[in-house]
Design a protein around this ligand. Structure first.
Ligand code: TRP
Length: 454
């Protein structure tokens, strides 16, 4: 496609919702709580918030600038803005990261479908905490069922991707995001009303700094990037479909606030419930799948109909939130293959879907029958998560900050951020300062610290 023919998002709200749809997903509701649980609670959240505010926001704006100015897929974007330099590798790494994340993310997204069906068949009724733990374990280790759901989920993503940007991505986000927010609020109320919920609140709100080590910093940084969809050119690709009128700073702020609020609310649902039924907060990736069904059963023990309706709605919305995120990752890789290798969009999408199904199957099996195949003592699923969230995304973010802060012509940066001088941007100097100095130093320190060099 030539420059002029590139698709656009239809409206301002559509832009925000599509970007927020990318950001809000399993990262908020599944990954944030278990990372918080693994890293000791409130202190992790504080560091996470700092990462979002100081590093996430400026880097998100940078991705917007790079994407909208180049109007190209993320690999080509660097070719356009920095021809004949090595910067193109940042784009390639992003495309690769997108592919890898999509592969294991779809495994968990597939689980949500199993839970939709289970909720729909009223399978949670009259079960206790132990039952949910056992049920999840036998399901996630099963060699067939999770794989089936994974394939189905990727096919759904594929279908929306081939329908194109405006009809597929934008429309689905517009309806589902507000609905998700409403039901999350209801669930917070339910969870807080459970007996013994205070202990969970304390875990979330009272920082214990004795638990803070280098791991916590890298964990928080990785989670911030993962949750905001940063560091791999995802929002950069979306920004290439933004119009000239989109206010980049405001859009970043809206997306950042919405994403963070939903993550914190997810914590407010999970931890009071987990403490209430005696599930340890460091249960890992299974955390939401064993605590949540409990919340519904216990909070509505007097009204099974409500338990039924809310659990069914919740899992449907969770699946949809995951879908708007898988779409955004798929789009990065599809746009790249389609535009760079001159193959049709459908064919490009087919290759991505096929590749992710292939890798996803191994990721899924690595939680069950193939769990003894490990590298660095991690199975494929955990390895994919570690390599992407804790290495590729922070590294991508670091390079994006350096690119915008040091390499890119300040005139271009100013033109994009102020929409050609139309907007007042009081934070411009601060923005550049963060990109030039704070972000590179902070991210490098966190890396070096993790490697144990200081
Ligand atoms: N942010 C999404 C979530 O929280 C996942 C996601 C979508 C993502 N696109 C991404 C993560 C790009 C990293 C990079 O579920």
């Amino acid at each position: 496609m030539s420059k002029g023919e590139r698709a656009n998002f239809g409206s301002k709200l559509g832009v925000i919702l599509a970007s927020a749809g990318s950001a809000v997903g399993l990262g908020n509701i599944w990954r944030f709580p278990y990372e918080t649980g693994n890293h000791g609670g409130a202190a992790f959240i504080l560091i996470y918030l700092l990462c979002v505010l100081i590093l996430g926001m400026p880097i998100m704006i940078s991705e917007f600038i790079i994407g909208r100015h180049s109007r190209a897929n993320t690999a080509r974007a660097y070719e356009v803005l920095a021809p004949k330099t090595q910067w193109k590798w940042v784009g390639f790494m992003g495309v690769l990261a997108g592919f890898l994340i999509l592969s294991y993310y779809s495994v968990v997204a597939g689980w949500t479908l199993e839970y939709v069906i289970e909720a729909g068949a009223d399978g949670f009724a009259k079960k206790g905490p132990e039952d949910f733990i056992n049920a999840f374990q036998s399901f996630s280790q099963d060699p067939f069922r999770p794989v089936l759901w994974l394939v189905l989920f990727l096919l759904m993503t594929h279908f929306i991707i081939v329908k194109g940007v405006k009809n597929g991505i934008e429309k689905s986000s517009k309806i589902m995001m507000p609905l998700l927010l409403v039901i999350i609020f209801v669930l917070v109320g339910c969870s807080l009303s459970l007996p013994g919920a205070e202990k969970g609140l304390e875990f979330l709100l009272k920082p214990d700094f004795s638990k803070v080590d280098s791991n916590v910093f890298l964990g928080a940084l990785g989670q911030a990037f993962f949750s905001l969809s940063l560091g791999m050119g995802c929002l950069c690709t979306y920004a290439s479909y933004f119009s000239k009128e989109t206010n980049l700073g405001k859009t970043a702020l809206s997306v950042g606030v919405l994403d963070t609020v939903i993550a914190i609310l997810a914590g407010l649902i999970i931890f009071p419930a987990a403490f209430s039924v005696g599930i340890k907060p460091d249960a890992g990736p299974s955390l939401i799948f064993i605590t949540l069904p409990n919340v519904f059963q216990q909070a509505f023990s007097g009204a099974p109909v409500l338990a039924y309706i809310f659990s069914l709605m919740f899992y449907i919305l969770l699946a949809v939130a995951a879908l708007t995120s898988t779409i955004s990752m798929h789009e990065v890789v599809t746009a790249y293959l389609h535009e760079e290798f001159k193959i049709s969009r459908n064919k490009a999408a087919g290759l991505v879907t096929g590749g992710c199904i292939f890798l996803g199957i191994f990721a899924s099996l690595s939680l069950g029958i193939a769990k003894d195949y490990t590298a660095f003592s991690l199975g494929i699923f955990d390895l994919l998560d570690f390599v992407t969230a804790k290495i590729m995304l922070p590294l991508g973010g670091l390079l994006i900050a350096i690119f915008t802060g040091w390499y890119l012509d300040k005139k271009v940066v100013w033109e994009e951020i102020s929409n050609g001088g139309k907007l007042k941007v009081r934070y411009f100097k601060l923005f550049i300062f963060i990109l030039k100095y704070i972000a590179p130093v902070a991210i490098s320190l966190i890396f070096v610290n993790e490697l144990g060099l200081i």
